[in-house]
Design a protein around this ligand. Structure first.
Ligand code: GLA
Length: 408
């Protein structure tokens, strides 16, 4: 008898170990370029705990990194050629699995994944590093287009590959900041996507097992490390990958960024963060006559405040259970603000969040830019499967394809 969908267990994605990721990148390299790479490097994805769509308003974010990573095998060439292959050619935007170019012919523009690779090399050259040709083989277990910073994982792993192949001495905090800025320039100035600094600075500066508070009022952003001790207290961050993303999400993101600038200009402040730091900030936001711009600004100003409160709970000394309950509540309020004020949620994300809460999660929210992709829920480790089954059941009720699950 074949099992009906109702009987199927939740679909879990297992992140690769560092050895497995390296073996895959090495095998792909050998298959396409022959021989051995000089180095194999990797970078994780970014998960926002609280604080989305604040970075481009000089705001605050509390973020961590995913266990899933992007791996790159690299070998230096002595000529101008760039040869790149990705195992994700079918899953990500671009010309397919392979791309070849030349250092003297790099031209800004968005042709999908290759422009992120070329953009990093271009940005490092602009910063004065002596560049040479490269052979690069890329493989990843990080779901693309899921709100987990897969573009930053790609640019950061390519930056590490350049660092290794060219022998750059950038394995310090200052070096990580330099690489994060180069990756941000690749995305903004080469690809032409107007993202903030959240993703690149998180994936290059946050270590496993910690959260980072990023303050974007400074360039480069100031960063404070906090131990992310949820597992020690029997809690986990559960990712629910809805597998669906609005194809127009890039335009929607750019519009949100323009609305944030418009809100600041309307109120005569340098950024919404400058306003958020003032007393009576929300009352000032009410002066924005355009109802959409008003709601967008209200999300950004209240989200900065939620980040402050979340960090205070994370670093606090009160009873752990109370603090985790409060962090969960802040995550949920953040989701509702992103949904109602910021218009960044989707029906699938809302279902995932509400179903996870119903099933006992302490908190849940969309993760990252939104417009589809992943939700993240703070869940008791003993209830992970129960929550995943409950979410699956609600997705079945709405006849929406079931999500996949991943632990951070
Ligand atoms: C994307 C962008 C980031 C940030 C988030 C939302 O991931 O790349 O800069 O704006 O969305 O917080």
């Amino acid at each position: 008898m074949t099992a009906s969908p109702d009987d199927e267990a939740p679909r879990w994605l297992e992140p690769w170990s560092l050895d497995e990721g390296a073996d895959r990148a090495r095998a792909l390299f050998g298959e396409h370029f022959g021989g051995e790479p000089d180095a194999i490097v990797s970078a994780p994805g970014r998960l926002t705990i609280v604080g989305d769509h604040t970075d481009y308003s000089e705001g605050l974010t509390l973020a961590t990194v995913t266990a899933a990573r992007t791996f790159v095998a690299v070998r230096r060439r002595e000529d101008q050629a760039l040869r790149v292959v990705t195992a994700q050619g079918d899953a990500v935007r671009g010309p397919g699995a392979r791309w070849e170019g030349a250092l003297d012919a790099l031209a800004p523009g968005d042709d999908g994944w290759p422009s992120r690779v070329a953009g990093v090399i271009w940005a490092l050259e602009e910063r004065g590093y002596p560049v040479t040709g490269l052979d690069l083989a890329i493989d990843s277990c990080l779901p693309p287009s899921a709100g987990l910073g897969s573009s930053a994982a790609l640019t950061a792993s390519v930056a590490h590959a350049c660092e290794a192949a060219w022998g750059l001495a950038l394995d310090t905090e200052a070096g990580a900041i330099e690489l994060a800025e180069a990756c941000w320039e690749a995305e903004n100035s080469y690809v032409g996507f107007p993202c903030g600094r959240l993703d690149t600075h998180t994936v290059l500066r946050c270590q496993d097992g910690e959260a980072v508070l990023l303050d974007f009022a400074e360039v480069p952003p100031a960063l404070t490390h906090y131990p992310l001790y949820f597992p020690d207290y029997g809690l986990r961050l559960l990712l629910v990958d809805t597998g669906a993303r609005d194809p127009g999400w890039r335009e929607a993101y750019a519009r949100r960024s323009r609305d944030a600038s418009l809100a600041a200009a309307t109120l005569g402040v340098s950024s919404l963060r400058a306003l958020a730091d003032e007393p009576g900030a929300l009352a000032r936001v009410r002066d924005i006559a355009d109802p959409t711009v008003h709601r967008r600004a209200r999300h950004i100003v209240t989200e900065d405040q939620r980040v402050r409160e979340t960090v205070a709970e994370l670093a606090g000394l009160g009873p752990a259970h109370d603090r985790f309950t409060e962090i969960g509540a802040l995550m949920l309020t953040s989701h509702r603000s992103l949904r109602s004020d910021f218009g960044a949620s989707t029906p699938e994300l809302d279902i995932a969040v509400e179903a996870a809460m119903e099933a006992g999660a302490l908190g849940a929210r969309l993760a990252g830019a939104g417009f589809g992709g992943c939700a993240v829920a703070l869940v008791r480790a003993t209830q992970l499967d129960q929550v995943a089954r409950a979410v699956d059941a609600v997705f079945d009720t709405y006849a929406v394809p079931r999500p996949r699950y991943l632990l951070v």
